[in-house]
Ligand binder design. Structure first.
Ligand SMILES: Nc1nc2c(c(=O)[nH]1)N[C@H]1C(S)=C(S)[C@@H](COP(=O)(O)OP(=O)(O)OC[C@H]3O[C@@H](n4cnc5c(=O)[nH]c(N)nc54)[C@H](O)[C@@H]3O)O[C@H]1N2
Ligand SMILES: Nc1nc2c(c(=O)[nH]1)N[C@H]1C(S)=C(S)[C@@H](COP(=O)(O)OP(=O)(O)OC[C@H]3O[C@@H](n4cnc5c(=O)[nH]c(N)nc54)[C@H](O)[C@@H]3O)O[C@H]1N2
Ligand SMILES: [Mo]
Length: 759
């Protein structure tokens, strides 16, 4: 595969020795505690603990070593021997800590004590758990619940998440924004609308039967590396992979399987994608319409001699809206498709030919489709392509979003939702004898809007790094201290913890690999992966500090401090016995969690089921719905002279806002993150020189001065009209109003910017 000349790149495959070196480097750097490497061997196996990194599924027939480079990094990050003790906080004021990089903050190590922010001295100071719960309880009791926000990052277990959502509702609000509001909320909204199920329809076995896999905007090599094995097996039996991505991601080009000793020794790599198309950011609706156009043309030709390509029987029986969509596809001009996608008709037709020839196709996607102003249309048009050939609801076919955090999908399943209609409120009312609030709550963007307007009194974060992950970072950091109370439940210090309300607490919790020592017997927690399989996880390690509490205990203690006594809500008992919470989950969602406690260690997890997979469409029309897109470009803005689309990216050495190191191995970028990736042609066009420092400034046209300076110009193989750089450093450039129209997922993958010299 040819590469652009003179660009930074990496020619080796994904996986292989490079990934082992990546693990060894991190193990050395994190100063891991004794036995940590042995703990890794238990990862993702029945009776062991579920990896805290990505949401990729855990197979029935696991490998001797069922973890990947990035899963190992995530676990070792948790098992560091470094400690952010009260002494560390005594040495640095919070203002001083704000000058630390994201990397340096987390390198301080695990939080060991509950801490309260002391405004007078500008220090975090240790406090007792009792004091913390009492004051948080007192504050919340005095507040209007609807002016408080309970955020969750997608790592908390099903049990903790269920309790958290129940607590919010018993207290009196649905303000339950989740990291998925910045991530796959576009999926939840779009797939629910068009196929009646908010999650993907594919199961692991389908990858053994598909003839083609299409990839739109998902970076498997860095973000879900264990999935590479599945892809490798598919390719080896003749399945074809076609990828659309502005960046040539090595993981999707080729890999060496670290699980195969001979391949490791001989360096034998498997080529993964048979076609790789560098679409412009936001060009996917156009590509998908082009593919549909090709399918229609192939069908027209086939029908002339009595065959067919389109599955008209399926369309007639199972769908609505096809005629309108067909008319739109026929009407759209190839010239327009080429302009918006940046690809030639020939390239799109070559991809279309793979789709036409394949009997069964799986459609994979990630943030490259969800994080756009027209993310809804990206996904609905993708589904249209699949529906045209009946590729949903049969073996070897389907739509498969690859989720992010390890339990982000499950949190939605058990009630973390700002949308009350997604939750069985009547059942909850009956089970727990209370009146759940019915008003829609705040999602992430709406919570930010509320905080900016000064309308929110308290924020409690169950994990995550909200303030660093959201758009409009500068204004958000300024507005944040306007809140009366902020509480963060966390394992490590991050930048979001350095901006505090008048009353502020930092509450340290156990990580998933650690033993919950409340009762002395191992507690099980559960997670749902991207393919809707539910797995049990048991922490085995001695906790990093004796003062840590499990997330579920922290949530329960806050709930007890706030809510009036209710014999139906024995919070203390739930925290001591998570099996009781699983019984409640089963009672609340009986179809999906039948015999929950008996099935938690089913090898490969137990499948929660999916109506669309059964071709039972729980949509408004009762059928799968073709939606005709009204936009051709997903960016939501026009091209303008000097305007560039910024893609914010994850490196191979980070997990979201957690930066493990400065090696983006698979892209050949080493030792730095303050870079502006741009094609040599655009470097020339803008009159820039390689290595000079520039600033990116917002070109959203709303008069707000958003900028990030000091970025080193680095030549990189990208399409014209776009630049790349790292998340979260570039988040100050993303306007809060720049989000998917349907789901309000921030449009982090095409942000309008300009390059300013001398930055
Ligand atoms: N190691 C590691 N693993 C992770 C994470 C991590 O940070 N590190 N994060 C976790 C989380 S929360 C999530 S949500 C997932 C994220 O995993 P992914 O969904 O893979 O997300 P990204 O890496 O942000 O972007 C995906 C790809 O989209 C491409 N892209 C950008 N714009 C476009 C576009 O307009 N069209 C197309 N077709 N492609 C585009 C980018 O080049 C990139 O390769 O990974 C999870 N796993
Ligand atoms: N520009 C840009 N912005 C983005 C994105 C993008 O692609 N581009 N991606 C978006 C996406 S997909 C997501 S999901 C969000 C991520 O947003 P979040 O989920 O809020 O952020 P994380 O970086 O995953 O959170 C890391 C912190 O979680 C805490 N933590 C780690 N493990 C545990 C644990 O076991 N328990 C608890 N309680 N805390 C723990 C640690 O303190 C750590 O610092 O960011 C979004 N923001
Ligand atoms: Mo995510």
């Amino acid at each position: 595969m040819a590469k652009g000349d003179a660009t930074v790149s990496y020619d080796g495959p994904a996986g292989g020795w490079g990934s082992l070196r990546g693990i060894a480097r991190i193990a050395g750097k994190e100063g891991v505690s004794p036995g940590a490497l042995a703990t890794l061997l238990e990862q993702n196996k029945p009776g062991g603990f579920a990896c805290v990194s990505c949401a990729w599924t855990k197979p029935v027939d696991h490998h001797p070593v069922e973890f990947c480079e990035n899963g190992a990094k995530a676990t070792l990050w948790e098992l560091t021997s470094r400690e952010a003790t009260p002494d560390v906080f005594a040495r640095h004021t919070v203002t001083e800590l704000k000058t630390f990089s994201d990397y340096d903050l987390e390198q301080l190590g695990r939080l060991t004590h509950p801490m309260r922010y002391d405004r007078a001295s500008d220090h975090y100071v240790p406090c007792s758990w009792d004091e913390a719960f009492a004051e948080i309880g007192r504050e919340l009791k005095g507040m209007d619940p609807k002016k408080t926000v309970f955020y969750t990052s997608g790592r908390a277990s099903l049990e903790t998440s269920y309790c958290w959502a129940l607590f919010a509702r018993a207290y009196g609000h649905n303000n339950l924004p989740d990291s998925s509001n910045m991530c796959h909320e576009t999926t939840s909204v779009t797939l629910k609308k068009v196929i009646g199920s908010p999650v993907g329809t594919v199961v692991l076995d389908d990858f053994k039967h598909c003839d083609a896999i299409f990839f739109f905007g998902q970076n498997t090599g860095s973000n879900s590396p264990r999935f590479l094995h599945v892809l490798q097996a598919a390719v080896r039996r003749g399945c074809r992979i076609v990828t659309f991505n502005p960046v040539r991601e090595r993981g999707l080009e080729s890999m060496i399987n670290p699980q195969e000793p001979t391949a490791m020794v001989t360096g034998h790599e498997t080529a993964l994608s048979c076609q790789y198309h560098q679409v412009k950011p936001g060009g996917d609706i156009a590509v998908l319409l082009g593919l549909c156009k090709h399918v229609l043309a192939a069908d027209d030709a086939a029908r002339a001699d009595g065959r067919h390509v389109i599955d008209r029987a399926f369309i007639a029986e199972h769908t609505v809206g096809f005629e309108e969509f067909e008319a739109r596809v026929r009407a759209v001009e190839w010239a327009e498709i080429e302009r918006v996608s940046g690809l030639t008709r020939g390239a799109i037709e070559a991809a279309g030919a793979v789709y036409v020839e394949a009997d069964k196709t799986i459609g994979i996607y990630g943030m490259g489709l969800t994080q756009h102003v027209h993310g809804f249309e990206n996904i609905s048009t993708y589904v249209n392509l699949l529906l045209m050939k009946g590729n949903i609801g049969r073996q070897g076919a389907g739509i498969s979003p690859v989720r992010g955090h390890s339990n982000v999908q499950g949190q939605r399943t058990v009630g973390i939702a700002e949308k009350p209609e997604l939750v069985p409120l009547d059942r909850l009312a009956e089970m727990f004898d209370f009146t759940p609030p019915r008003e829609k709550g705040l999602n992430t963007v709406e919570a930010c809007e509320g905080i900016l307007k000064g309308e929110i009194d308290a924020f409690i974060g169950l994990g995550g790094n909200f303030l660093r992950a959201v758009p409009e970072q500068k204004a958000m950091e300024e507005a944040w201290p306007g809140m009366r109370m902020t509480v963060q439940i966390a394992t490590k210090l991050n930048r979001g913890h350095l901006f505090n309300g008048e009353v502020a607490y930092l509450l340290p919790c156990l990580g998933r690999s650690e033993m919950d020592h409340l009762t002395g017997k191992p507690q099980v927690v559960t997670m749902e992966d991207s393919l809707s399989c539910v797995h049990g996880s048991v922490g085995k390690r001695t906790p990093a500090s004796e003062h840590l509490k499990s997330e579920i205990e922290i949530v329960s203690r806050i709930a007890e401090a706030v809510l009036p006594q209710n014999p139906k809500m024995p919070w203390g008992q739930w925290a001591r016995d998570t099996a009781m919470v699983r019984d409640l989950i089963e009672k609340t969602y009986p179809e999906q969690f039948r015999d929950f406690n008996a099935r938690i260690f089913t090898p490969g997890g137990f499948y929660r089921g999916n109506s669309a997979r059964e071709r039972h469409w729980k949509t408004e029309s009762g059928k799968a719905e073709f939606v005709t897109p009204d936009a051709l470009s997903a960016t939501g803005y026009e091209d303008a002279p000097g305007r560039m689309s910024l893609i914010t990216m994850r490196s191979n050495d980070q997990f979201n806002t957690t930066v493990y190191g400065y090696s983006d191995r698979l892209r050949g970028i080493e030792g730095k993150r303050d870079v502006l990736l741009i094609s040599p042609r655009e470097i020339e066009r803008h009159g820039l020189t390689v290595g000079e420092r520039v600033a990116l400034v917002s070109d959203a046209g709303d008069g707000i001065d958003r900028r990030v300076g000091g970025l080193e110009v680095m030549p990189f193989d990208l399409p014209d009209g776009c630049v790349g750089g790292y998340y979260p450093e570039l988040n100050p450039l993303v306007p809060l109003s720049h989000h998917d129209r349907a789901s309000k997922t921030p449009a982090y993958k095409s942000v309008p910017v300009r390059i300013e010299r001398g930055g």
